[in-house]
Each structure stands twice: as C-alpha cells, then as structure tokens.
Ligand binder design. Structure first.
Ligand code: UDP
Ligand code: MG
Length: 312
C-alpha cells in the first residue's frame, strides 16, 4: 500500500448513534474523489458501542480505515492530536463525527488546497445550534479577535483542511491544552476560509458542557496571547495611581480641614475593590503558571490502548 494523499481525522466520543450514517455518507464521498485516502478515527474513551462500530468498519474497509483507541477521555483536541501524530497523507482534513459538518463539503476544501493554500478553515453557513451556543460563540469570537492575532470567522467549525507541513509543525510543538485550528493558523503561510453547510447534530447530545466550553475558550485566549495578563498589569497600575492620588488628597485634607471621622466606610469600599482586583490577578497568573507546569512536567498527554491499522 503506497502512502495515501489524503488523511481524514475524526474524533469519536460516544457517537454510536451517528457512526453508521457517518460511514455511509463519508466513504462514498471519499471514494468519488479519485485520490488515495485514509480515515483515522480516534476513539476518545467512549463508553458506548462506538469502538465496536469502528472495528466493524475496519473489517469492512481495512485498506483505508485506521483506529486509535484511547484508554480514557482526553478531549476532542487531544484525540485529533493523536491522529495528527500518525497521519500518512499530505493533505489532512478534520471533521466531527456527529454529521454537523457534512462530509459532502470536503471537496470544497480540497479545491482550495489544490489552489495553493496550506490552510483552509470552514465557517458554518446557517449555523444549526442552540441560541445560547450561537450567542456565546459570537462573544468569544470578539474576545479572541481583540486579544490574539488569529483571524478566524468561526473558531468552532472543525471542518478544516491542512497541508502536511502545518500538521508536522503542530506535532513538533507538542502543545498540551490547545485549540488546534488556532495553532494551525499560526503556522500557516497562505490561509483562507470557505463557507460550509452546517446541519443539526444527527443524534445524541453535544459532548460539551458549559464548563468544558469555558475551559476550551480559556485555552484559546491564554494559549495564544498574553493580553489578559498585560491588561491586568495596566489596571493594577491605574489603581495604584488613583490610590496614590487619594492618599495625597486625604493627607492634604487632614492638614487643611482637619481629621475626617465618617470616612471609615469609604476606606472599606476602596479596600475591597483593591482586594478584588488582586484576586483576579492572582487567578490569571495561576492560569499561566498552571499552563507552564503542564508543559514542564512533560507527562504523557494521553494513553493509546490500541491502534487498529494495516502496516504501512
Ligand atoms: N469529541 C471527542 N471528545 C470529547 C468531546 C467530543 O472526541 O471529549 C468529539 C465528538 O465525538 C465529535 C466532536 O468531538 O466528533 C465534536 O463534539 P460535539 O458534537 O459534542 O461538539 P459540538 O458540536 O457541540 O461543539
Ligand atoms: Mg457537534
């Protein structure tokens, strides 16, 4: 078997209800491309029958199917990372397993890769998600635009295509908590975007709780920018300046008008405000220290229980 041209990367977490339809829609599209391809599924510690379905699909199409089986749940981005470390193709496409990104849109991305782009990001046309998710995305997109140099219409869309050098750079970076599309963007030379259809989740529920979403967006902001930290320093400096002014005014007042008696509560107010600013700062610093710690300890990011594939 010669190396395929195209590698499709799909993270799978409890998708037993979606996999049969995914297989029946994805493989015909890929067969129709006329390019050598492989599909890498990472089973991210599913607790349902996903792994059995994946293995059945491997038995059907062992020539183009590969499975990486995690021992536990490490999250979507680590699942993609594990596949990136093993891809054999020169063009890599990432896709969700829940059919929210229609496999029929893959050729669109490939056209732009063929046109010479090394990064093609999808953005969702007529997004089919809850009002809350759509609105939260808009807010976080704005924050990202203001704090990082990453240009992205729709950071939540996982239907994206990359050329191999970008994937190699991601693998070499050994990033821990990361947002793969953003990391890839920072390595790209000729990025572009294209609108892709978006469908409602075929079956099952989103694997992202509010908590996971907040964590993911924290990864995005703190992983790519120091602006939160710098902003805090600015605020702290402004606070220090104001406090200093206040002390001067109070001192002058004491000398000119005399002692102030009723000012105790003003003092408390100011004190509480300053303490709260300090607490936010400590939290932020903790965020970066934690991140440094994770990189420094060089612990294995995930554990692969089994890889089901044919030898190269
Ligand atoms: N996923 C994963 N590990 C996780 C959570 C999700 O591999 O811990 C996969 C999931 O199977 C799907 C993709 O990541 O293929 C996107 O997940 P989901 O549809 O839950 O996210 P949403 O579309 O709600 O953002
Ligand atoms: Mg989804």
């Amino acid at each position: 078997m010669s190396a395929p041209e195209l590698s499709i990367v799909i993270p799978v977490y409890n998708e037993e209800l979606n996999l049969p339809l995914l297989f029946s829609r994805l493989y015909p599209v890929l067969d129709g491309l006329g390019r050598g391809y492989e599909v890498l599924f990472t089973n991210d510690g599913s607790v349902d029958a996903s792994i059995n379905l994946l293995k059945a699909q491997y038995d059907l199409r062992p020539d183009v199917t590969r499975i990486i089986d995690f021992n536990a749940n490490y999250g979507q981005h680590m699942a993609i990372m594990a596949a990136f470390e093993r891809v054999r193709g020169q063009i890599i496409v990432t896709l969700d397993a829940d059919l929210q990104n229609p496999p029929e849109e893959i050729p669109k991305l490939l056209l732009l890769i063929d046109a010479g782009h090394d990064y093609v990001g999808g953005y969702r046309l007529n997004r089919q998600d809850s009002f809350f998710r759509t609105y939260a995305s808009r807010v976080i997109n704005g924050v990202r635009r203001a704090t990082t140099a990453i240009e992205m219409t729709d950071q939540g869309c996982m239907l994206r295509a990359y050329r191999r050098p970008i994937i190699d750079a991601i693998v070499r970076s050994g990033a821990n908590n990361t947002f793969i599309p953003a990391l890839a963007y920072s390595f790209s030379a000729r990025p572009t975007e294209v609108g892709v259809r978006h469908e409602e989740r075929n079956a099952g529920v989103s694997n992202y709780s509010l908590y996971k979403l907040i964590r993911l967006n924290f990864d995005l902001i703190t992983g790519f920018s120091l602006v939160p930290l710098q902003l805090f320093t600015m605020i702290a400096m402004a606070c220090a300046g104001c406090s200093f002014l206040l002390v001067i005014i109070l001192a002058l007042r004491r000398l000119i008008i005399g002692p102030e008696e009723g000012g105790t509560f003003t003092l408390f107010g100011i004190l509480f405000f300053l303490i709260s600013v300090t607490m936010v700062g400590i939290g932020l610093i903790g965020e970066y220290v934690g991140r440094t710690y994770q990189v420094v300890r060089t612990r294995q990011r995930y554990f692969v229980r089994e890889v089901v594939e044919r030898a190269e």
